[in-house]
Design a protein around this ligand. Structure first.
Ligand code: FES
Length: 112
């Protein structure tokens, strides 16, 4: 596993969600009230669209593109009878850093 720095721990609070970039990969961090911090790939499993404008309410992450809803703990779709689910990433907190294993990370823009 290769964990990558995503943000400082203070960037996400309980009951909220955040969208971050790790090179070209996007990461959705979600922390349900009373639950544990989770990390998912920041793209919707329905249409492979970015989830940067997704809405997090109670336990559900709603994609802004076609309003599919996903359970924030399991990642499973809760609004349609489909197997599509958010792709989970391994996550760890080291001191003040939230780190996620997103696989190999390429720079957002290769050096000129
Ligand atoms: S792309 Fe997310 S619901 Fe269609």
């Amino acid at each position: 596993m290769a964990f990558t720095f995503i943000c400082h721990a203070s960037a996400v609070s309980e009951g909220s969600m955040g969208f971050f970039q790790a090179g070209r990969k996007s990461v959705l961090l979600v922390w349900p009230t009373g639950g544990e911090l989770k990390a998912y790939r920041g793209r919707c499993p329905h249409g492979d669209m970015p989830l940067n404008d997704a809405i997090f309410k109670e336990q559900t992450i709603t994609c802004p593109h076609h309003q599919w809803g996903f359970d924030c703990v399991s990642g499973k779709c809760v609004t349609h009878l489909v197997r599509n689910a958010l792709h989970p990433y391994a996550l760890r907190v080291e001191r003040d850093e939230i780190q996620v294993d997103v696989g190999p990370v390429k720079a957002a823009h290769p050096p000129a």
